[in-house]
Write a protein that binds this ligand. Sequence first.
Ligand code: EPZ
Length: 419
Amino acid sequence: MDKFVIEGGTPLRGSVTVSGAKNAALPIMAASILSEEPTVIHRVPRLRDTETMARILTHLGAKVTFTNNTVVIDPSSLTRWTAPYELVSTMRASICLLGPLVARCGKVRFSMPGGCVIGPRPIDLHLKGLSRLGVAIDIEEGYIVGSSRNLKGVPVFLGGAFGSSVLATANILTAATLARGNTLIEFAACEPEIVDLAMFLRSMGAKVTGEGSHLIQVRGVKKLHGTEYTLMPDRIETGTYLLAAAATGGCIRVNQCRPEHLFSLLDKLEEAGLEVTRGKNWIALKGKKSWKALDIVTWPYPGFPTDLQAQMMAFLTLAEGVSSITEKVYPDRFIHVGELNRLGASISLDGPKALVRGVKKLHGTRVMASDLRASAALVIAGLAAEGETEVSRIYHLDRGYERFEEKLSTLQARIRRVH
Ligand code: EPZ
């Protein structure tokens, strides 16, 4: 297994260009099977997760060809409607194939995705939404077995105990495009990745309006045609580099990004006393030697993203004062706390709330990655720490960050991958 060896203490400097959004690529690649015609998708990040999605689509019978960051998906010969445990269990997000599969094939046999370190990851809203559209759903030996002669458009309320659900919205939105009649998704997720999915579906001939709000309307059509589409930039990758620069007192510019996707983070960085400037497709950050403590609460978009919570915590371990971080999306998403404390941070947990007492310095040591964003937090802390940090099990990082150590090295970070 690979590990990163990081020599901390160097402020990040320079420019970096972010890749296409992983969390737009997955539902959009899944949605391509709604048509029998080929689809071309540009700016697809080459990650373990997008390779896994490609493998599942191939298993279903589609032809998937990557050329650099462009993928061509030809779903004309889709033969299977089953997704086996051994594939689904490696990536929970494969659940976003449920809606497209049942809409295309009229039936589906899909392994229940497992939980993961950030929480139990229930799918009750996905199943509720699909059964509202007319899918008969049973759970048999850990598999979701669904069938529907024809989907019928209806109003579907998708709000859960933690607010909206991104991939449940994606599943219902994709299935509704081929349902008979109109579907109204109430309490839909407003994430930019859902907006990207809606724009992709419209480019296939779907009739979708309201994306980006809590109310999405879909008028079902008989067929969808192939399309060519370019993904939005990855807002979480963007935020990760900004927080790495902030934690090292550096000064960077992130190009080919969308500042409007990160208003909550930029607001918090300015509240900490850092200088943030932005243009149409770039963000520049001027770090400081010291910064103020913050109170962070994670919410569905446009609130502070849970996917940047661990990275923000790494930044706040060195703030002046005591910060609080409250998780309203995944209350257990604090697996990174133990490892950050091993680097010299002073963090305590009280249920869904973490108290981060700022310390003067972090000290490099050996830490272990556990999930995608927690691993990014450990790299940020290692870059800010004194001395050498080793981050093992970085296959977690390879799921969601394209050429991570390469891009950090262009920002003067002293980081290398050791096989
Ligand atoms: C998406 O996961 C993202 N993944 C996650 O990013 C992200 O953390 C999450 O949205 C929240 O923003 C992808 O887009 C591939 P949810 P998703 O359904 O859709 C509860 C990363 O690091 N819930 O919006 O699976 C759930 O438990 C990943 O890139 C139900 O109760 O998340 C959570 O508390 C990690 N019932 C909340 O809703 C359901 O049926 C939000 O989850 C579904 C979800």
